[in-house]
Ligand binder design. Structure first.
Ligand SMILES: Cc1cc2nc3c(=O)[nH]c(=O)nc-3n(C[C@H](O)[C@H](O)[C@H](O)COP(=O)(O)OP(=O)(O)OC[C@H]3O[C@@H](n4cnc5c(N)ncnc54)[C@H](O)[C@@H]3O)c2cc1C
Length: 242
C-alpha cells in the first residue's frame, strides 16, 4: 500500500514525531511504500494567497477558487503545492498526524489543506463526497490530545471527540472522496507512563499494519440527498461506525 503521512509537529522528540517515525518504519518493514511530508521540517508555507499560483486569471481581484480552476487547466500551481498534490494522488492511504490544537488542526496543517485541496483538483465540477476526485483512497487522522479520554466523551466538558473531528472527517476528507477510517487517538501522552506510551506506539503500529480492516466511518452517499442536499430518508446519525 502507498501511504502518505502529513506530519504536523515542530518537535522531533515529541510523541507525535515518535508516532510518525515508528509508524512509517513499521509500514516500510512490512513492504509498504511511505512518503512523509514533515511540514515544519519542510518549512511549509501555510498562508494561502497569490503565491499558490504561477498563473493569474484575474490580476485585479483575487478569488482563490477562480484562480484554482484556472491553474488546474493551465498547470498553474506553485511547485510546493503541485508536489503535495502529486503525493496526494499517488497515495492509497493518507494519514494526518497532529496534536489537537484549539479543537482542530494546527495552523500549518490547516494551511496545507487550504492550499493543496484546490478546487477542480480535489473537489468541484460535480465531484464531491463519494464521487470526489480522491475516491477509492482512504484517510485517517492520527492525533494526540492534552486532555484524558473522559473529557472528550459525550458528557465530558469538551464534548464527544467525533463531533470535533467531523469538520475534518466529513468537511475535508470525505468531501474530496476519501473513505474515512476511524481516528487513532492517544489521549494526553504527557500524562502517561513510559510503559503506557510504549503500548500506545505498539497499538499504532498494529493499526497501521491492519488498515485494510480498520473501521470505516459510514457517511451517506450523494444519491441519498434530495435537491436541497437534505437526506431523503432520515438516517440515524452520520458518523456511525460500520
Ligand atoms: C496551541 C495549542 C493548542 C492546544 N489545544 C488543545 C485542545 O484544544 N485540546 C486538547 O486536548 N489539547 C490541546 N493542546 C495540547 C496538545 O494537544 C498536547 O500537548 C499534544 O497533543 C501532546 O502531544 P505531543 O506529541 O506534543 O506530546 P509530547 O509532550 O511531545 O510527548 C509526551 C511525552 O511523550 C514522550 N515521548 C516521545 N516519544 C516517545 C517514545 N517513543 N516513547 C515513549 N515516550 C515518548 C515525550 O518525551 C513526552 O514526555 C494544545 C496545545 C497547544 C500548544
Amino acid at each position: 500500500v502507498r501511504v502518505f503521512i502529513v506530519h504536523a509537529h515542530h518537535e522531533p522528540r515529541s510523541f507525535n514525531s515518535s508516532l510518525t517515525r515508528e509508524g512509517s518504519a513499521a509500514l516500510k518493514a512490512a513492504g509498504h511504500e511511505v512518503v512523509v511530508s514533515d511540514l515544519y521540517a519542510m518549512n511549509f508555507n501555510p498562508v494561502s494567497d497569490r503565491r499558490n499560483f504561477v498563473t493569474t486569471r484575474d490580476p485585479d481581484y483575487f478569488r482563490q477558487q477562480t484562480e484554482e480552476i484556472y491553474a488546474a487547466e493551465h498547470s498553474g500551481f506553485a511547485s510546493d503545492i503541485q508536489a503535495e498534490m502529486d503525493k496526494l494522488f499517488w497515495c492509497e492511504t493518507l494519514i494526518l498526524q497532529f496534536p489537537l490544537w484549539w479543537f482542530g488542526l494546527p495552523a500549518i496543517l490547516k494551511g496545507w489543506v487550504d492550499r493543496v485541496f484546490a478546487m477542480r483538483r480535489t473537489y468541484g465540477g460535480g465531484k464531491y463526497f463519494d464521487r470526489g476526485p480522491l475516491a477509492g483512497r482512504s484517510a485517517m487522522c492520527s492525533l494526540t490530545t492534552g486532555s484524558m479520554a473522559p473529557v472528550y466523551s459525550d458528557n465530558g466538558i469538551n464534548g464527544d471527540l467525533s463531533m470535533l473531528l467531523f469538520p475534518i472527517h466529513h468537511g475535508i476528507l470525505y468531501f474530496t472522496g476519501f473513505r474515512v477510517i476511524e481516528p487513532f487517538v492517544v489521549h494526553a501522552p504527557a500524562r502517561l507512563s513510559e510503559e503506557e506510551r510504549a503500548r500506545q506506539l505498539a497499538g499504532y503500529r498494529e493499526r497501521l499494519l491492519s488498515l485494510s480492516s480498520a473501521p470505516i466511518i459510514q457517511y451517506p452517499k450523494l444519491e441519498d440527498y434530495d435537491e436541497n442536499w437534505v437526506l431523503k430518508e432520515k438516517q440515524v446519525g452520520r458518523s456511525t461506525t460500520a
